[in-house]
Design a protein around this ligand. Structure first.
Ligand code: GCW
Length: 680
């Protein structure tokens, strides 16, 4: 509520009608009731105000205040040099004398404008503030919940969830806390998210029923999130016609199957008219899919797309497809190649309401990977890029790991070479027609929403980068800090801000330093993926190997002598990654197998780099903990304690990583640390 203080003390006029305008009105009223401001809803007389929310549309304008606000907005737009449309989610912020004006073409723009005013605090009322126009770069900004309805025997209530139970489901039923879901919608809208899928992509029996018998449960969530402009999507099983419909096949080319999907989808829309569409994990890690019937992913996706098209829905079809029964002895199969090998040949075959959803890297949400080559390989397909806000491989919300800088690097990466379009441009598509940005959610029923209170920053940053991928992640973090630890709530706001930046800004790189080195990935404990397990996956069927021996380490993915994966990139990067001369240090072991004495561009050897970064990583975590302790007494004690507790665990776990990795490579290589530090 503190963040609403500045807004809540004003005189505010909200002009317009409808569900989303009502949300704006409700938010403003709530803030004003608390902080002494006043609010009017479309008055027909003139009032003295500080802030006006209005649509640009041509309805009658009884009040000259709104008329003035509109014309101020129009001239501001002209001044910005673009009098054109603000789009269905954009807004304009301008000043008209003493009045701040938020203008939009559609109600959602007013909602986003409201949260912008909240973020700006007093600055929104600064007479000198030049007009600003905001429009999201990406049309769909989506969170996928991997929440199970029934508790899964291995994965629990939330697969890869580190924030308690699900906010939607508990023990096979809806959890029933609609107020909490509404608050969640508000949090998401404030971050810029506009779509959500409410169940795990691994769809088991109970979850399959959400599409039919338990559709009411989904509709209830949609009803609660709708006032915050969030559309609900559903993960469905490809086998639904068999498991739910009693058909003998789920063959996508079978007429009966197509009719079943069409009818089922119509029922969904009868109940949820703004339903977003389906999310599908098919022929992946044991999920059913079109391969069973000798069909391909385009056949499968297009069938669902056909059912959804007349109703305005989309299919998010995941490209996370690989052989999860690999034999570690088989050096010809490369998991990194799989998504491209499966999907690139299908470019041009997908219907326009299919979005192929691609994990940002070719393997699996690692702390460091190259960008997936699929992103540049399907120019005739709508691509969504998938990130992981839940910290499966990045400390599981027990470690501080601010992922903004990592996502920013990914989104700015230019797959065709430095002068070409960026990953974010592909996700945005021509005139907004791209698939958007999706992330696996990190929220649960935990008191602090995300387990680690500082992990909230990742959720917020995801939404803000999906709105504007060019934003500086440190500036986004700064926003989050101000909103979460408002200056008015602490004795020394500068110290709090500075300390949080010191702890969080570089925390992803710190995490990288004490875990798997130089882009080689994994080295985590199998199953739960937490903590070091250097050889944990080395002889398993999952295709994630590092091939360390006494002479060297890394995966040869070159065309010259390895798996040929480098050849999946457009020529610029294919060349850069292929050659030891040009391959960036941080990805060296992803692309090459090298001796421990290999000299990096940094001047260090691989072995010395491993030792140095692992010692440095632990020192940095220890410094984080020391810094956090200086905040004792300055912030909410419950938040303080929770973070302090987790930092203890982070120090413990980072130390374990350091010692296991260093010892492992010392034993393999027999090479001493130049600086003679403790290696066991
Ligand atoms: O990262 C892996 C996870 C699985 C997950 C899978 C996926 C939902 O370990 O738990 O399954 O990715 O993305 O489908």
């Amino acid at each position: 509520p503190e963040a609403f203080r500045s807004l809540g003390a004003r005189r505010v006029l909200v002009h317009g009608d409808g569900l989303l305008v009502d949300t704006v009105l409700h938010e403003v009223s709530r803030a004003c009731a608390r902080y002494g401001g006043r609010v009017w809803h479309s008055p027909s007389w003139d009032v003295d105000v500080d802030l006006v929310f209005a649509l640009r549309g041509a309805d009658e304008l009884p009040s000259s205040v709104v008329r003035a606000a509109r014309s101020a907005g129009e001239s501001a737009l002209a001044e910005i040099g673009d009098g054109g449309s603000l789009g269905d989610e954009g807004f304009l912020l301008a000043r008209d004398g003493d009045v701040t004006v938020v203008l939009a073409d559609a109600p959602a723009g007013l909602l986003y404008g409201l949260f912008h005013v909240v973020r700006l605090c007093a600055a929104a009322f600064d007479p000198e503030r030049p007009p600003e126009r905001h429009r999201p770069a990406l049309h769909r900004r989506m969170l996928d919940h991997w929440d199970n309805v029934a508790v899964h025997p291995v994965m629990g209530q939330v697969e890869r969830g580190y924030a308690g139970g699900s906010i939607f489901w508990r023990d096979g039923r809806p959890c029933g806390d609609l107020a909490r879901i509404r608050e969640y919608g508000r949090l998401l809208a404030a971050s810029g998210v506009n779509a959500i899928s409410v169940n795990n992509v691994n769809v088991a029996r109970t979850e399959a029923l959400l599409l039919t018998d338990r559709l009411g449960d989904v509709a209830e969530i949609a009803d609660v999130l709708r006032p915050y402009h969030i559309r609900v999507h559903l993960s469905v099983t490809f086998a639904a016609p068999v498991v739910l419909g009693g058909l003998s096949t789920a063959d996508p080319l079978d007429e009966g199957v197509r009719a079943w999907w069409a009818a089922t989808t119509r029922t969904v829309y009868d109940r949820i008219p703004d339903f977003g569409g389906y999310v599908v994990k098919a022929d992946s890690e044991g999920q059913p899919g079109p391969f069973t019937y000798g069909r391909d992913h385009a056949d499968g996706a297009n069938m669902l797309a056909e059912a959804l098209a007349p109703l305005g829905g989309v299919v998010h079809w995941r490209a996370f497809v690989y052989n999860h029964h690999q034999d570690w002895r088989d050096r010809s199969t490369d998991r990194a190649r799989a998504a491209y090998d499966h999907f690139a040949p299908l470019d041009g075959r997908f219907r326009t309401n299919v979005v192929v959803q691609v994990k940002f890297g070719p393997v699996d949400f690692q702390t460091r990977e190259p960008v997936s080559p699929v992103i540049a390989a399907m120019p005739a397909t709508r691509i969504a890029v998938e990130l992981q806000v839940t910290q499966e491989y990045t400390g599981q919300q027990r470690h501080v790991c601010h992922l903004g800088p990592w996502w920013s690097e990914v989104l700015r990466f230019a797959p065709w070479g430095p002068d070409g379009r960026a990953v974010a441009d592909v996700a945005a598509g021509e005139s907004g027609a791209g698939g958007g940005l999706v992330a696996v959610a990190n929220v649960g029923d935990d008191l602090f929403w995300t387990g680690h209170p500082l992990a909230q920053a990742n959720l917020y940053t995801f939404g803000r980068l999906a709105w504007d991928p060019r934003r500086d992640p440190t500036a986004v973090l700064d926003e989050w800090i101000t909103l979460t630890f408002p200056p008015s709530a602490t004795a020394d706001p500068d110290l709090v801000r500075r300390t949080l930046h010191e702890i969080m800004d570089d925390s992803w790189r710190t995490y990288e330093r004490y875990t798997a080195p130089l882009g080689v990935g994994f080295m985590v404990n199998p199953g739960d993926h937490y903590g070091p397990g250097v050889d944990g996956y080395e002889y398993t069927r999952w295709g994630t190997y590092h091939f360390a021996d006494r002479d060297g380490v890394g995966v040869d993915r070159t065309r010259a002598s390895g798996t040929g994966f480098t050849g999946q990139y457009p020529p610029y990067w294919a060349q850069v990654y292929e050659s030891l001369e040009t391959c960036p240090d941080e990805l060296l072991l992803f692309f090459h197998h090298v001796p421990y004495g290999h000299v990096l561009h940094s001047g260090s050897t691989v072995i010395q780099h491993i030792y140095d970064t692992h010692f440095a990583g632990v020192e940095e975590v220890t410094a984080m903990r020391r810094r956090w302790r200086t905040l004792n007494g300055m912030i909410d004690p419950a938040v303080y304690e929770r973070v302090a507790e987790r930092l203890d665990e982070q120090v413990r776990c980072a130390t374990e990583w350091r010692d296991q990795i260093n010892t492992y490579f010392y034993r393999k290589s027999g090479m001493l640390d130049e600086r003679g530090r403790d290696i066991y």
